[in-house]
Design a protein around this ligand. Structure first.
Ligand code: ZN
Length: 112
């Protein structure tokens, strides 16, 4: 991949990393709202637990994307960015533009 393109994706990935980190703080805050404080009553506690579950799912999702973003940034430094981790073929550029953090090509991610 051209240096120019790599710089472009590097910037995209850095932005995405910042964005996800911010999102993670938000999600973390949400799951942290449920202390097992009995004083909030049964119903609101159920609500709180529900939003905690959403928060946890959201957090897990953000964390796995963040891990991919960091891997992709590492791959840029290694010179392996844009190569599918499974079949070692080049990942199509439109796919990288939509999901710069993707570790696999469309064929391999569809197969999983
Ligand atoms: Zn592949």
């Amino acid at each position: 991949m051209e240096t120019e393109q790599l710089e472009f994706f590097k910037k995209r990935l850095r932005d995405l990393e910042t964005e996800l980190e911010t999102g993670l703080k938000g999600a973390g805050g949400q799951s942290a709202t449920v202390s097992l404080d009995e004083s909030i009553g049964r119903l609101s506690r159920a609500d709180a637990l529900h939003s905690q579950q959403i928060g946890i799912a959201l957090e897990a999702n953000i964390k796995s994307r963040l891990a991919n973003v960091r891997m992709a940034l590492g791959a840029i430094d290694d010179g392996t960015y844009g190569v599918c981790r499974h079949c070692r073929k080049a990942i199509a550029e439109p796919r990288l533009k939509t999901m710069p953090e993707t570790p696999s090509c469309v064929n391999c991610s569809g197969r999983r």
